[in-house]
Ligand binder design. Structure first.
Ligand code: S3P
Length: 420
């Protein structure tokens, strides 16, 4: 198969959520260009509206006039976060710092996901957070005046870090967070660009107190590396060709998958010489190579956490073993991504096994055929979509529509690139 062409993937999901939230909390009008128009980002927009923010329909070029740091109001209905963990956890931080009570709800997958990781630090700051016994949703937050916090996070999670930072900013208090490993730092960068005093020293993030307002600021949302990864994988697995993925966010905290693909033998090129809105952006050019299995674990894991199902799919076509460890967080994503990826790989005839905190895949050349169950998990649908697009493989995906969460045009982009 020859994979050739250029593709601009949709805007980054993490930055899109934050752009909306910070615009709503800002003083004045912020312009957001190329926001990701997907279900998850719509969940953030609708939650902000229920809190009284004036958020127009998502559009490629939109403006938001903020209500100010403390201008959100008590909602009269539950805050429905759909499938979106980022909406839930980041907005939990905002709500905790305001004199309002709000109940967070979501779909079946989100309702199972762990919320104690945000409830604990927000409680330590002085909010009251009620959770059901299983620790998921519905979650009710009784916000109010907060106090300073020094927090040692047990999990490497940008959502937990961001919840604490947003609570600190809205509440006007000082916080420090120690992370077990560096996680995506978009919140810090975007707060910094809006005049907030936040610094990283190694794995410690420090936020200075006493902000009465945050400045409005424009955001040009770069391409999402987690979406670009699918087409980088397709090009790496092709027989020939070259793909250029345009204007992708290549922030160091997000590029682990591309470095890993290069480590497996593909040609992968990008540069960090162009900053746009405080983020490195670059074309990513990928050419195929003879792929070898790889062992990954440790600090690189958070920088490719959402790409690990895709890596597992790529590994089925690499020579030798691929072992992923230190990735227990995969068990609490939109699905248990260790159990689901391994079960699905086996269902199509690949050699894969679960580890407590990861998985092991043995590559082969035999065709992969069968049906997979996504459990409504967008990244599973797209990872197996890439595997199914390779000549000789035939993979039926039970729910193709779930890609709407992060990449609504995925199937048409895949048809355009794989059919070219
Ligand atoms: C995200 C952080 C990560 C990631 C998610 C988006 C964010 O989650 O998996 O898709 O925007 O902060 P965790 O914080 O749970 O690792």
């Amino acid at each position: 198969m020859i994979v050739a062409g250029r593709l601009r993937v949709p805007g980054d999901k993490s930055i899109s959520h934050r752009a909306l939230m910070l615009a709503a909390l800002g003083d004045g009008t912020s312009r957001i260009t190329r926001i990701l128009e997907s279900d998850d980002v719509r969940s953030t927009a609708s939650v902000l509206r229920r809190l009284g923010a004036d958020i127009p329909a998502l559009a490629a070029d939109m403006t938001v006039t903020g209500v100010g740091l403390r201008g959100l109001r008590a909602p009269t209905e539950s805050l429905d976060c759909g499938n979106s963990g980022t909406t839930t956890r980041l907005m939990a931080g905002v709500v905790a710092a305001l004199p309002v009570t709000a109940q967070f709800v979501g779909d079946a997958s989100l309702s199972r996901r762990p919320m104690r990781r945000v409830a604990k630090p927000l409680t330590a700051m002085g909010a009251r957070v009620d959770l059901p016994p299983h620790g998921g949703l519905p979650m009710t937050i009784y916000g109010g005046a907060l106090k300073d916090l020094d927090w040692e996070s047990e999990v490497a999670s940008a959502q937990v870090k961001s919840a604490i930072l947003l609570a600190g900013v809205v509440g006007g208090v000082r916080v420090t967070i120690d992370e077990p490993a560096p996680t995506r730092d978009h919140t810090e960068r975007m707060l910094g660009a809006r005049g907030v005093d936040v610094v990283r020293r190694g794995t410690r993030i420090e936020l200075a107190p006493a902000h009465r307002c945050i400045a409005a600021a424009d955001t040009i949302v770069p391409g999402d590396p987690s979406s670009a990864a699918f087409f980088a994988a397709l090009a790496a697995l092709a027989d020939d060709g070259e793909i250029t993925l345009e204007d992708v966010c290549v922030n160091e905290t997000r590029t682990g998958f591309f470095d890993t693909l290069r480590g497996m033998g593909a040609e992968v090129e990008f540069r960090r010489d162009r900053l746009s809105g405080g983020e490195w952006i670059s074309p990513i050019v990928v050419k195929p190579g003879a792929l070898r299995g790889i062992h990954i674990g440790g600090e690189i894991v958070p920088s490719m956490i959402d790409e690990l199902p895709l890596l597992a799919c790529v590994a089925t076509r690499a020579e030798g073993d691929t072992v992923i460890t230190g990735a227990a967080e995969l068990r609490v994503k939109e699905s248990d991504r260790i159990a689901a990826v391994v079960a699905n790989l086996r269902a199509v005839g690949a050699d894969a096994s679960e580890l407590e905190d990861g998985m092991r895949i043995v590559g082969s050349r035999s065709p992969l055929r069968g049906s997979i169950q996504t459990h409504g998990d967008h990244r599973l649908a797209m990872s197996f979509g890439i595997l199914g697009a390779l000549p000789g493989n035939q993979i039926h995906i039970d729910d193709r529509e779930c890609v709407a969460v992060s990449y609504p045009s995925f199937w048409s982009d895949l048809a355009a690139i794989a059919g070219s």
